[in-house]
Design a protein around this ligand. Sequence first.
Ligand code: ZN
Ligand code: ZN
Length: 134
Amino acid sequence: MPKLKGSCLCGAVAFEVVNGFDKMFFCSCDQCRKITGSAFASNLFMEAEGFNWLSGADDIVTYQMPGRDISKSFCRVCGSGVPWSSGDGSKMTVPAGALQGEPEVAEKFRIFIAEQPSWSSNLDHIAEHRGFPS
Ligand SMILES: [Zn+2]
Ligand SMILES: [Zn+2]
């Protein structure tokens, strides 16, 4: 199966994955909004055996939320979200925005939409621009 590469913004952390993801979650829960600083997290889920770090594993910091099964890994240089492994190491969660190229995903889900803020609903109705509005 073809592979996709991914990295953080500064390039210190880089990885390669088999391009065949089981699931993609767009999560609007309170924790994912805080952790991303955005309207929702866009995470891909895969078996860990299809994943390889290419560089920068030493530059990764992981935050584990006390008492919850919520974690976030990021590059200590630029702060970009990077992949992290599940507790038992069998699965990887990959932030979709870290990838170069199009992920092949079996199933996509929008989850915790009850926690979605009003400012991020109905985005299809907002004017679109290829760059900054002129
Ligand atoms: Zn970085
Ligand atoms: Zn969430």
